[in-house]
Design a protein around this ligand. Structure first.
Ligand SMILES: *[C@@H]1O[C@H](CO)[C@@H](O)[C@H](O)[C@H]1NC(C)=O
Ligand SMILES: *[C@@H]1O[C@H](CO)[C@@H](O)[C@H](O)[C@H]1NC(C)=O
Ligand SMILES: *[C@@H]1O[C@H](CO)[C@@H](O)[C@H](O)[C@H]1NC(C)=O
Ligand SMILES: *[C@@H]1O[C@H](CO)[C@@H](O)[C@H](O)[C@H]1NC(C)=O
Ligand SMILES: *[C@@H]1O[C@H](CO)[C@@H](O)[C@H](O)[C@H]1NC(C)=O
Length: 646
């Protein structure tokens, strides 16, 4: 590596703010169905009572103990209510001059076809007939109702000849909190991007009402009715999101930085540059990124993703292990819980049964739950689904618009391959051989896609109600040369978002994080997948109520190996469920080793063969999966919902 170009963290900081404002959503959805707004008066007394025997509740409690299950049946495209569309208005890249013979770069033809698709009124397909297309520029699609389609996973190959670092001439950022180097392409940015992010920036979601909880009461999880100060801006049929904040989610970048440095022992950018120079390391030049590069939407999205991922995760493995040991020694088997009792962050971590993290562990605006208003009256509204959160007096609970930037777009039936990608450069040094990203999206999909030799395979940043099916990844000996048998950074990564279905995947080479879930991502399902040596990485900052179901861990050497900044709380928030997870046929051990008790609180494990503690201190429910039970909890819930809704 010749020269490290360090652009300043200013961009990250600015983007942190932009992203925080944008994580909620904005764009015109379908018109709300005309529903009656007349409804019986709200119950008096308690702020809300758990609706008994909703279908959601029946599903949540049918196979798991009370309080441990959720309704996952509405994960995936359009909440499972409609099939994935298949528009037929094709814009074939061959009509724009591409030949698909794999011998020359065909960026001009492909970009021209993409431009035409983006200009069309929607329902259009950027179509790649069978063949191999060599490309050196990213495909950036920021519109609803468009599809990037090949002729089949094995028939159409998009071969990218460059990394994002080569496209933009920027590989590194500097974390101005810790002063460490941090790869810019480790958490976002990709060669094929579907993004509503720009659109969402332009029209951030507005507050529609404040939720009222009478003093001395708590709105219990499972409620459907919310008392509001005014329902005048709310309509039946409208999608909204409940956003929960309080002092535990306050945005305090300086305190967050101070706490991180106290944990890790930080320096400064200048000190890091000086130290690297003194050690005879590469020449560091700290400079701002040129404005035109910073303004590029893929660069901006990568920076936003990085900010959302916490930036500067640039700690070595040895330090992490030492730190882990130090924390456990200081506070017994569970790390210190930082959030004040009764706060949002404390609740997310089971009332501090697990470490709820330091300042900035759960950022403002990230604990949010999208639903459709079914009815409203004077001072109240009702939701179309059981609200999974408690709401306590003193919390700032707001109903905001829910309109992610794009919907009904997808990528399907093709291979994305990187050639000449060389060896993987190592953790946080990713060069940006990144395949796919979906951002600020709902009702979108990725179907039947093979990815070869990527640093990062699929990033979702604030995508919801979307289906990722048939993703197969592989790697041709990109093993990191320092002896780590790791071929890249992320497999399938979910940051924020709700009710994503990731199913029928195969992670064909070990990555740092095969299945990566972070930042208050919720109600998502990862099912029916496998990997050569699969790991589930709950990456802290409060992912919760996600379902991992019917997975095959392959070699089974690292099923729960998880990372993430240590100041961001336990690996998972409450309510994650691990259902029927198995080792591969050839694994040395068929028994799944449970994670340590500080992994999270209020978790359920239903496994055929297991070892390790059942962690009653963390209030886990650990039981044995039997062949009379559903193999996949998600599809069992879908089937039960269908039969009950009849
Ligand atoms: C990081 O950079 C921004 C912009 O220069 C500055 O406002 C902020 O104080 C810096 N933070 C730290 C911890 O140095
Ligand atoms: C889509 O991206 C192009 C190129 O960055 C930009 O000019 C256009 O405004 C974007 N459209 C939307 C809706 O964000
Ligand atoms: C910076 O990175 C080095 C190398 O991975 C690591 O040893 C150190 O702990 C990191 N420092 C901070 C403050 O993260
Ligand atoms: C988080 O707080 C910061 C600082 O008050 C504010 O600028 C930002 O808009 C907030 N973000 C969200 C999503 O509420
Ligand atoms: C997952 O696997 C189960 C059990 O084999 C099957 O019934 C179900 O249809 C599968 N679901 C998906 C989404 O593939």
């Amino acid at each position: 590596m010749a020269k490290l170009s360090l652009h300043s963290m200013h961009l990250f900081n600015c983007l942190t703010l932009l992203l925080a404002a944008a994580v909620a959503g904005a764009a015109a959805g379908p018109p709300p169905p005309a529903l009656s707004q007349r409804a019986p008066p709200p119950p008096t007394g308690a702020a809300g009572t758990a609706a008994s025997a909703t279908i959601d509740r029946i599903l949540a409690t049918k196979w798991l103990p009370e309080g441990y299950g959720y309704d996952w049946s509405r994960a995936g495209y359009a909440g499972g209510e409609r099939g994935i569309p298949s528009p037929s208005k094709l814009y074939s890249v061959q009509s724009y001059g591409a030949k698909g013979k794999g011998d020359v770069l065909e960026d001009d033809a492909v970009q021209a076809a993409l431009k035409a698709v983006l200009k069309s009124s929607g329902g259009s397909v950027l179509y790649f007939p069978a063949g191999t297309y060599r490309l050196s520029k990213p495909l950036y699609a920021n519109a609803s109702n468009i599809v990037i389609r090949g002729a089949g996973r094995e028939e159409t190959r998009l071969v990218f000849t460059r990394s994002l670092s080569q496209v933009y001439g920027v590989q590194w950022g500097i974390d101005n909190c810790t002063g460490n180097l941090t790869g810019l392409w480790t958490d976002g940015g990709a060669m094929v991007v579907l993004s509503g992010w720009e659109r969402e920036q332009r029209a951030p979601p507005k507050v529609l009402a404040n939720v009222r909880v009478p003093a001395g009461t708590v709105l219990a999880p499972g409620s459907r009715r919310l008392q509001v100060d005014s329902a005048s801006k709310l309509q039946a049929g409208q999608w909204v999101q409940l956003v929960l904040d309080d002092e535990s989610t306050a945005y305090l970048p300086e305190e967050e930085c101070a706490y991180r440095n106290a944990l890790y022992g930080g320096g400064s950018a200048a000190a890091a540059a000086a130290a690297a120079a003194a050690a005879g390391g590469p020449t560091l030049s700290v400079k701002s990124m040129p404005a035109e590069i910073a303004a590029d939407p893929i660069m901006a999205l990568a920076s936003a993703s990085k900010a959302a991922a916490g930036g500067g995760d640039s700690i070595g493995l040895a330090e992490a292990a030492t730190l882990d040991a130090r924390e456990r020694a200081a506070a017994g088997w569970v790390s210190a819980a930082m959030a004040k009792p009764g706060t949002v962050a404390a609740w997310l971590y089971g009332e501090n049964l697990a470490d709820s993290g330091g300042p900035g562990a759960i950022n403002n605006g990230s604990v949010r739950f999208a639903f459709k208003v079914t009815r409203k009256g004077s001072g109240w509204i009702e939701s179309d689904r059981d609200i999974i959160y408690a709401v306590k007096p003193g919390w700032k609970a707001q109903l905001m618009q829910y309109k992610p930037g794009i919907s009904r777009s997808g990528v399907e039936h093709l291979t994305i391959s990187f050639d000449s990608s060389g060896r993987y450069e190592g953790h946080f040094s990713d060069r940006g051989y990144n395949a796919l990203q979906l951002a600020s999206a709902r009702d979108c999909w990725i179907d039947s896609v093979r990815i070869e030799n990527a640093d990062n395979n699929v990033f979702l940043l604030d995508a919801s109600f979307s289906t990722l099916s048939g993703i197969v990844t592989s790697s041709v000996d990109r093993t990191w040369s320092d002896g780590q048998a790791v071929n890249g950074h992320h497999g399938i990564s979910l940051t924020f978002g709700q009710s994503v279905l990731v199913t029928r995947f195969d992670i064909g080479a070990r990555l740092w994080h095969d299945l990566h879930v972070q930042r208050a991502c919720k109600l998502s399902v990862l099912s029916n997948g496998t990997g050569v040596d699969l790991n589930i990485d709950n990456h802290r900052a409060g992912p919760h109520a996600n379902l991992f179901s019917n997975l095959d861990f392959g070699a089974n050497t690292r099923p729960f190996k998880s990372g993430g900044r240590k100041d961001r709380g336990a690996q998972t928030g409450r309510g994650s469920v691990f259902w029927n997870l198995q080792a591969g046929a050839g694994a040395a051990s068929q028994s799944i080793k449970l994670p340590k008790c500080d992994y999270g609180a209020l978790l359920a494990f239903v496994l055929k063969k297991r070892s390790g503690s059942s962690c009653p201190e963390s209030q886990w429910k650990v039981s044995t999966w039997k062949s009379s039970m559903p193999a996949d909890l998600h599809s069992a819930q879908v089937a039960l919902r269908r039969s009950l809704a009849r």
